[in-house]
Design a binder for this molecule. Structure first.
Ligand SMILES: Cc1ncc(COP(=O)(O)O)c(C=O)c1O
Length: 464
């Protein structure tokens, strides 16, 4: 008998972010194809991708427009060094992405958008090739900009408790997820973690737009480090890996005012929360277009999850601090081989077209609340569901004991729910004992109902 795919897999493959021994008990799912929200396994089963494959498949798998754009661009050129060269698609993509990030209406960044730059807060696009690297680009940009504004002592970062910014050493340093970070403590640089944050259950929370109770403590922490603070980095509104936590947009308004007064830069890591996930192209828009960050980092949904690709958007004011003759050493000397690769650009453009012309943000506004409402209804019948929350096309709930106390982490309830959910036709990937649904933005009401049912049946099967 030839070895099975699982046997061959386990002989050669080291899967990301997991204990490999687990796969001996519950083998990796064997994918044969994927379309829309659905994965088809080699044994014919269909499983709904309720986590958008690590939050990136904003338009579902195999979106026809994106696929066509990828194929068409590959017949022209797939990648040419972006230093020293330019091309029509990369310029057009930058123009249109800036318009979208500046909160302009879809007709200014869809396929019939006018050529040329439109006025708005963000003015320049820098390219990287994955989220973590783009976070590091943003941090380097902030430190260099501070130095070039005459504040070379400003090299410290502040970030938020429960934040997550990726896996490279710099990105881990500004993250606050001990599970991923603690082992590598010796490699990391110090970062001030601000908190507690004004956590809320979503935009229906009466205190959604009020962070007045939490702000004084955060401000006091900031005042202690102002003199050497380069930038504050945060996930706007939605902290993903730290537990799918939502906080008040009022905090971002307060941070903006404080940062302006103290010459500190703001970096919004929109990698998970952006590109429509929270109902707007940038989650930062929820705080108001008058308080946008100095730097915004995008990846994941930027190409509808087709390709590794990322952008760092910034203002003309920051960009201008990097101008000068060569001898001034002001240039931003960051390079990634695949920065701005043409395949990503082509799919990124097709993605913007799809967002604009398939009314994706309105689909989120219409159908996203079904996730929250559905979870809330389940929570009324289920004593184990605690703290239902949701925004845009995302909803989460913590599993607790019936008396409200935490489950024993050693029991790995979340992992057992993942296994049970696969048997019920849904791919979930709980964060500890936090369950969440984070499906493609164009998920239908029927698919939402399926995902909710699979989640609830799985919890019942595991906890009963
Ligand atoms: C908020 C946030 N920042 C950064 C990253 C890292 O992105 P990547 O996995 O592309 O390095 C992630 C990935 O999940 C993320 O959610």
């Amino acid at each position: 008998m030839p070895p099975s795919l699982t046997q061959r897999d386990l002989a050669v493959l080291w899967h990301p972010c997991g204990q490999m021994q687990d796969y001996h008990e519950f083998p990796p799912l064997e994918i044969s194809s994927a379309s829309g929200g659905w994965l088809t396994l080699t044994d014919g089963r269909r499983v709904f991708d309720a986590i958008s494959s690590w939050w990136c498949k904003s338009l579902g798998h195999g979106h026809p427009r994106l696929r066509e754009a990828l194929i068409a661009q590959s017949t022209q050129f797939e990648h040419v060094i972006l230093a020293n060269t330019t091309n029509e698609p990369v310029v057009q993509f930058s123009e249109r992405l800036l318009s979208a990030a500046n909160g302009l209406p879809p007709n200014t960044w869809g396929s019939s958008a006018p050529l040329g730059r439109q006025a708005g807060h963000f003015g320049k696009v820098f390219f990287a090739d994955n989220g973590s690297t783009a976070v590091e680009v943003a941090m380097k940009m902030a430190v260099q900009a501070q130095a070039q504004r005459g504040r070379p002592q400003r090299t410290r970062f502040a970030a938020f408790t429960h934040g997550y910014h990726g896996e490279t050493v710099g990105a881990l340093s500004v993250g606050d997820c001990g599970l991923y970070k603690d082992t590598f403590k010796s490699l990391l640089f110090p970062c001030t973690m601000l908190g507690p944050l004004p956590y809320r259950c979503g935009d229906l929370d009466p205190l959604w737009f009020d962070a007045s109770a939490e702000w004084p403590a955060i401000q006091a922490q900031l005042h202690r480090i102002t003199d050497d603070l380069a930038a504050i980095i945060y996930e706007p509104l939605l902290q993903g890996a730290g537990g799918m936590l939502l906080y008040s947009p009022d905090l971002l308004r307060r941070l903006r005012a404080w940062a302006n007064a103290h010459h500190v830069l703001l970096i919004a890591d929109e990698i998970a929360a952006g590109m429509g996930r929270c109902g707007a192209i940038l989650a930062s828009h929820h705080a108001g277009l008058d308080v946008l960050p100095d730097i915004a980092v995008l990846s994941k949904g930027l190409t509808g999850g087709f390709l590794p690709f990322a952008t760092v958007l910034t203002t003309d004011a920051i960009y201008d601090t990097f101008l000068g003759d060569w001898a001034s050493s002001r240039a931003f000397l960051h390079s990634n081989t695949y920065a701005g690769h043409a395949l990503g650009v082509a799919v990124g453009l097709a993605s913007l077209n799809a967002y604009a012309e398939e009314d994706v943000l309105n689909q989120v506004a219409r159908n996203g609340p079904l996730l929250r409402q559905g979870l809330k209804q389940l929570a009324q019948q289920q004593p184990h569901y605690h703290n239902v929350r949701g925004l845009g096309m995302m909803a989460a709930v913590d599993l607790r004991r019936a008396d409200g106390s935490p489950l024993n982490p050693a029991n790995r309830t979340g992992w057992h729910v993942y296994r049970a959910a696969v048997e019920r036709g849904a791919l979930l990937r709980p964060l500890g004992d936090t369950l969440y649904l984070f499906p493609p933005l164009n998920t239908t009401p029927n698919e939402i109902a399926h995902a909710l049912q699979a989640l609830d049946d799985s919890v019942r099967a595991v906890l009963s």
